[in-house]
Design a protein around this ligand. Structure first.
Ligand code: MLC
Ligand code: AMP
Length: 500
């Protein structure tokens, strides 16, 4: 039994979702998700973990499709609305999806999929307009079944599908609902993409678990965020550091009158959270000055939801991520996977019901990411003075930009397909707004090819956030004695170049 959905029966007439100035109750989410489940099942009794991909804007429809897939016994595979066709095709192929649920706005983008694969096409508008069976028979879903696959970049090139069971999803939700004291009176604004855990679990699912309201903006726009704040209904906000950076810089340009209007709305909030990337202390301080709220910084990952958090009540330590969340066990381990004493740095390793089941169809990578039941995050931290502090990552091949995880290897693989590029190396460059931005060093076979043309060429191969911003044309890449590219040296070249 999926408790997230069962809970909704306790809140039938409460508002679950708001988008496009319309309110939708829990009763409506249940009714529409039942219709979707029935359409997905056709004459089957259970989808038995069939992968159902879906692409819709953040909306009431999104929540109904996700629940509809779950109620029919399928695995939900959310697609990124900003991905170009190639990236979407990769997910469909890798997940071996059986159907795609989509809204008309994405029909042109996904149309070629139906020529390449045997896929059921399910336009959501048509399903929602249909009358639906009176009471369709839906399967009983046990919590140990797979519920969701989220694609995330790793250290091995192409994105991997992170498989979570309903048990994992429930553990991730419950730990946050308890620690951050969610109630049915809460109202949260969701401006994050809905193909990652921050938007899906921390915001949408925690709200729906609690009988609260989740309000969507189709996409992040600073002015619209402040406009919603000014209505004084929203009392919870969660975002990545880049978004707080943008809000701060926009605020600074406002007139004193406009600033006062927004300032009044901050009194309505009980909690503001930052995560998905390191929160610079300058952002924490500036936001505190503007809003009067000390951002609660927490730490998580697609593979485990949230694991470590500063306290809801109590002192939030700048530059630190807090302590293990309820139900999560953490250790810091050295290179030999032995637990280290406090004050010594090492890798964060995690155990608990929140930790994912497997990488989809990648048993050796799944096995390699665990040691004695501990999930190896690849993040380096130290426990000092009662709190964890992130120090970095053990791989230079992972970039975090604006909260998105990006694999340098994936970008290099695409760049090497360009006929004018002989070799290349991609690195993350520290950046105040984005955390890191992507830099690509290129060795060209043709001098006349411009980086503008290369950026253009990349557009239908990679989503915008994976396209390098900085380029360095070189005759050779910095290498060590073994001939391996030294990415740290390359990073330095970019940083020195930027400082000139
Ligand atoms: C957009 N661009 C980015 C980018 N986002 N480039 C690098 N990194 C990013 N994150 C590009 C666009 O393609 C565009 O390129 C240019 O930047 C300007 O775009 P924009 O319109 O100004 O950006 P915007 O669409 O407003 O997006 C910014 C953002 C977005 C911060 C709102 O990046 C975002 O939603 N980030 C959140 C990601 C997230 O939810 N991560 C959680 C993962 S889960 P051009 O060339 O077209 O101009 C996880 C676990 C955990 O990490 O702990 O939570
Ligand atoms: P993702 O794979 O997109 O879920 O990203 C997870 C990664 O985001 C983690 O492994 C960390 O590297 C990073 N991350 C999340 N929260 C924080 C934080 N508060 N501080 C620093 N890094 C973070």
């Amino acid at each position: 039994m999926i408790n997230l959905i069962e809970n909704a029966f306790n809140h039938l007439d409460r508002i679950a979702i708001r988008n496009n100035h319309r309110n939708y109750t829990y009763r409506q989410v249940l009714k529409e998700s039942e219709k979707i489940a029935s359409a997905l099942l056709e004459d089957k009794v259970d989808l038995n973990e069939a992968r159902i991909a879906f692409i819709v804007a953040p909306s009431f429809e999104y929540a109904c499709i996700q629940w509809g897939i779950w109620r029919a016994g399928g695995i939900a595979v959310p697609l990124c609305v900003k991905h170009p066709f190639d990236a979407i095709k990769y997910v469909i192929e890798d997940a071996q999806a059986e159907a795609v649920v989509f809204s008309y706005g994405y029909r042109a983008l996904i149309e070629p999929l139906f020529q390449d694969f045997e896929l059921r096409r399910i336009p959501i508008e048509a399903v929602m307009l249909s009358v639906g069976e009176e009471k369709p028979r839906l399967p009983q879903i046990s919590l140990d079944r797979r519920g969701m696959i989220i694609y995330t970049s790793g250290t091995t090139g192409k994105a991997k599908g992170v498989v979570s069971t309903h048990q994992n999803i429930e553990a991730q939700i419950k730990s946050l609902v308890t620690s951050w004291e969610w109630t049915k009176e809460d109202h949260i604004l969701n401006i994050l993409p809905l193909h990652h855990v921050h938007g899906i679990i921390n915001i949408l699912s925690c709200a729906l678990w609690s009988g609260a309201c989740c309000e969507f903006l189709e996409k992040f726009e600073v002015k619209k965020v402040f406009d919603v704040f000014c209505r004084q209904e929203v009392n919870l906000f969660m975002a990545v550091p880049t978004i707080y950076y943008r809000l701060i810089h926009y605020w600074k340009e406002l007139t004193a009158t406009d600033q006062q209007k927004i300032a009044a709305s901050f009194k309505n909030f009980r909690l503001m959270v930052s995560g998905s990337a390191a929160l610079p202390i300058s952002t924490l301080d500036e936001w505190e000055k503007i809003s009067g709220h000390t951002l609660l910084e927490r730490y998580g990952m697609t593979e485990m939801g949230m694991a470590i958090s500063n306290p809801y009540r109590g002192t939030r330590k700048p530059g630190h991520i807090g302590v293990a969340l309820a139900g999560v066990t953490i250790r810091i381990a050295d290179e030999n996977n032995h637990t280290v004493v406090d004050g010594i740095s090492g890798e964060i390793q995690v155990k608990g019901p929140n930790v994912f089941k497997e990488y989809w169809k990648k048993p050796s990578e799944t096995e390699g990411s665990f040691i004695d039941g501990w999930f190896k995050t690849g993040d380096i931290a130290v426990f000092e003075k009662g709190s964890y502090k992130i120090l970095g990552r053990n791989s230079v091949d992972i970039i975090k930009s604006g909260g998105y995880k990006i694999s340098t290897l994936e970008i290099e693989e695409v760049l090497r397909k360009h006929s004018a590029i002989e070799d290349c190396a991609v690195v993350g460059i520290p950046d105040e707004e984005w955390g890191e931005i992507i830099g690509a060093s290129l060795i060209m076979t043709r001098d006349q090819e411009t980086t503008t043309a290369i950026k253009e060429w990349l557009k239908d191969k990679l989503p915008g956030y994976k396209i390098p911003r900085k380029y360095l044309i070189q005759t050779d890449l910095p290498r060590n004695v073994m001939g391996k590219v030294t990415k740290k040296a390359l990073q330095k070249l970019f940083i020195e170049g930027a400082n000139k």
